[in-house]
Structure formats: structure tokens, C-alpha cells
Unconditional design. Structure first.
Length: 277
């Protein structure tokens, strides 16, 4: 049902922007029906393996007092890892393990991301994160905004507002901007192009707003799309919409350096960084 509503909204958005003829509207409507039959469904909730990860790869362990870097993951299904085959293949887990090794300190992972979330629904996740403000936060959101009526400007402003709340609490934030939906091959043309253009425009708006408040942004579309387009059978899960474990590994590899650099810069600015349990 969510996919049906999403594709219909894209059609309505295209009509309001460009003024679709009856024939063009009929074409897109037929394509949305076709896409809904081709794209599968993942019926399980995302896995979870929150906890403390050590530099030798051990984890997840129960939280403990010490010098662990607290790492929160917020956003939508891409942040939550929907489609990963096992807990070890979740993007948050991969990042926690590799950061613990790279930074030579334990990392405590807490996942607040919820599959299906739009930017307008990010605020409750930030509320939960701020109960115990993390040292570092990764946010990936925007894909579901593409398939709703939220304006690009409003969506980007809402994101910046929530990032600013985290930064005000002393959290270092890295945002993975909206992905390019042209990689979702089961969505036929020209519907896929409409989604792609909207998503790339949203990603640019997100970056502008994040630059304005001094937050870090990583272009998921630019860094991951070529590989996903070249290897769709290797990198997508059974629904052909979300990444599988290999796809999330690729994403984690792209995000690792910006996250580690952000931590090092924050530590350099404060002398030692915050200590978390």
C-alpha cells in the first residue's frame, strides 16, 4: 500500500509541475501499476544489533562505563538497514565496528532510525537521541520525501532544524543526502526519471541548508549510484528496492572516512572530545 501511494503521489507531482496531458497521465498511471507488481515486499522489520563494539571487532556488548564513542543512527529504512540479511550486515553495525578499529576506541551504537520515515518525522527520533546526546550522529533521510507531497525547500529546512538541535547539544552530525532513485530499475521510465530529478534536487537543497549551519553532508547519490547501476543483482535485496548486505557494506565504506574525520576534528576542537559510557 505504501508503494502504491508513493507512485501515485509522484504522478500527481509530475502533473502539477509540468501539466500532464491525458495520454501522459495514463502512461504514468499504467507504469505505477506495473512497478507495484514488479517490486517485491520485505515483510520483516529491520534487524537490530545495538551495543558496544571494540576495536578488535568484538560486539555487540552491553554498555559499560569508559571511553566509548556514542554513535547514533537516525533516518529512514536506509539508515535502519532494511534488507540486510543478518545483524552483522547492518550499516550501523559495520560502521561501529570499523570506526572502533579506525579510531582505536570502543563505539556504542544506538539506532533510532525507523523504516518509512520522512523528514517531517525525524523530530521524534532526535527527541529520543537527545535524552542522552551522542558524540556522533549519522542521518540518512529523504527517499520517502520524494514519494510524498512535501516540498523540497520545506524538507531541507526541516532537516537542517533537527541537525541544528543535535549540534546544539554537542553532537557531531554527518548527513547522507537523498539517494538517486534512478538506481531503482523496476520503476519504469519516465516515472523513474521524475523520481530521480526530484531526489537529486532534494539532495542539493539538503546540502545547501546543511552548509548554511556548518553541518557535514555526504552525497550518497554521487558516490553510490554508479556502482548500484552497474551491479543491481549484487547490491539489492529481494524487494529490488532496498540494498542487501553487500549494498550496505558499500555505503558504509563510503561513509566511514567522513565519520572518522568528523570525530577527529571534533576532538581536535575540544582537546579530547566528550567521554561517553
Amino acid at each position: 500500500m505504501a508503494l502504491a501511494r508513493a507512485l501515485k503521489t509522484l504522478i500527481f507531482a509530475a502533473g502539477s509541475i509540468g501539466g500532464l496531458s491525458g495520454a501522459a497521465y495514463g502512461l504514468l498511471t499504467g507504469q505505477s501499476r506495473r512497478a507495484r507488481t514488479i517490486i517485491g515486499m520485505l515483510v520483516n522489520l529491520p534487524l537490530n544489533a545495538d551495543g558496544r563494539y571494540l576495536s578488535d571487532g568484538t560486539g555487540p556488548l552491553a554498555p559499560a562505563s569508559g571511553d566509548a564513542l556514542s554513535f547514533a543512527v537516525l533516518g529512514d529504512s536506509l539508515a535502519a538497514g532494511l534488507g540486510a540479511e543478518s545483524p552483522d550486515r547492518l550499516p550501523g553495525v559495520r560502521l561501529a565496528r570499523t570506526m572502533a578499529d579506525e579510531l582505536d576506541r570502543p563505539v556504542r551504537l544506538v539506532t533510532h532510525a525507523i523504516s518509512g520515515s520522512r523528514t517531517v518525522e525525524l523530530e521524534p527520533q532526535v527527541d529520543r537521541a537527545l535524552i542522552d546526546p551522542p558524540d556522533l550522529a549519522l542521518i540518512i533521510i529523504g527517499g520517502n520525501d520524494v514519494t510524498t507531497r512535501t516540498s523540497i525547500g520545506t524538507s531541507a529546512e526541516l532537516l537542517a532544524g533537527q541537525v541544528a538541535r543535535l549540534m546544539a547539544a554537542g553532537t557531531t552530525v554527518v548527513v547522507g543526502t537523498c539517494p538517486d532513485l534512478s538506481i531503482i530499475r523496476p520503476i519504469p521510465q519516465p516515472l523513474r526519471t521524475i523520481a530521480s530529478r526530484y531526489g537529486l534536487s532534494l539532495a542539493r537543497a539538503q546540502r545547501r541548508e546543511l552548509d548554511r549551519i556548518g553541518a557535514r553532508a555526504v552525497s550518497i547519490a554521487a558516490l553510490l549510484s554508479p556502482e548500484f547501476l552497474a551491479r543491481p543483482h549484487d547490491l539489492f535485496s529481494g524487494d529490488r528496492f532496498h540494498p542487501n548486505g553487500a549494498g550496505y557494506e558499500l555505503a558504509a565504506n563510503v561513509l566511514l572516512a567522513p565519520l572518522c574525520d568528523a570525530v577527529r576534528q571534533a576532538q581536535g576542537a575540544t582537546g579530547a572530545g566528550r567521554v561517553a559510557s
